[in-house]
Design a protein around this ligand. Sequence first.
Ligand code: PHE
Length: 500
Amino acid sequence: MGSKPPDRTFFGQPRGLVGLFFAEAWERFSYYGMRALLLFYMTDRILDGGLGIDSGSAKSMIAVYGSATYMAAILGGWISDRVLGDRRATLTGGVLIMCGHICLAIPAGAGALFASMIFIAGGTGLLKPTISSSVGDLYAADDPRRDSGFSIYYMGISVGAVAAPLVVGTVGQEYDYHLGFGIAAVGMALGLLVYVRSQHHLSPRSSAPKNPLRLSDAPRSRVITVSAGVAALIGAVAIAVATGVLDAGGIVDLISVVAIALPIAYFTVMLRSKRTTAAERARVRGYIPMFVAAVAFWCIQEQGATVIAQYADESTDLDAFGFAIPASWFQSVGSLVLIVLTPAFAVMWLRFDRSRRAPSTAHKFAVGLAIAGLSYLLLVVPAQHPGATNPLWLVGSLAVVTVGEMCLSPIGLSATTRLAPAAFATQTMGLWLSSNAAGQGIGAQLVKFYDAGSAAVYFGLLGLGAVVLAGILFAIAPLIRRQAERRESTEDASLAGAQR
Ligand code: PHE
């Protein structure tokens, strides 16, 4: 299976990993930098350089935008698998993202904001699944370095995420919003530069579409029906928004529903496709419970930006150390912990995977989800007492959930590249990214139940739910491993070989 990985290495990892690490770090820098500034820019008074949008609508728009960005990854994956191939899709996506930040760098009001959202959601949809898929292509099918390689790659994401609010956010808020967004554009440009200069280290598999589209493949009537259906849906939503039938709350509900329905529909398509072999189908079935666990995990982890941010603001003693800690600082705790712990995790996965006692992917997921549950259960202790909590409780909880993230998120990327049906390689990566959109979609509904008075109940129930789900996954992990390890029977193998 698969061609040999390139020979030259970097600290034991394929050379191509270095370029992908820095390109993705800069892309995330531009994305998270822009997001750190967006709410302030949208809600600030027009006189002060903002757009004067009310805070409720702005928050809903930002949530919908974030969710749509990760859902777009499925479409981006499709374009890569069938038309462009990963390398060209990453480049195109990077250019679109840069255009999006440039739109915001020009002081041109709400029109420029909407244009930038389209550029950035579309561009990220193209870039994020394809760049992650290219990491997977650096490794042969049975290469034991895959999980630790993805852990290192994931650290790049956190390097970008932690630096962004400090640089883009500070410049944007202290000097000028558009200057801040301009820095995000420069960041993406640097990412593109790194990518272009290092792309010769990528696997040749990243250059061609994995399942090229031949127009004769799809009956024209089906193409017309699908396009008309999508256009009608977008039109209907646009009219509902314009006429006020669908208000901000309605849009959030709609996104929640779509974010859950989309992966279900996509799994169905993949399982039914003629291009999926019997063994691949078994692997997809084994992947589904892990996907569900990932949705639950993101549902908790992404509340770091909503419920936990609110808890930091309302229920934490921010003067505990003799100076006023800005509540926004808690947003960086996770990324910092991740950067510090990654080397240890990368070594640990390597050791594990070279030993005979390696835990399976499902086991790692179950542990990750259980740890996320524990991070919430930990908060039950301070939340029971009225009055301001010592900030160390929050820091501890955020550190714990990050350890869970390291067991689940890089491993999920790695497993996705290993378990994806060949014809759907990058689309499966898009699907993986949509687990985050689905988690946030469910989270958007759950957060409505949070209030400072009953915080202990909220954290307790969600934490317990996560631990129980993790227990179930742990119990069925041996079954999943058997599905994942199913090899092709002879006729499947020749079909798969022809596609690869
Ligand atoms: N921090 C992660 C990232 O930006 C969050 C994420 C996880 C996003 C999974 C999408 C899917 O990559």
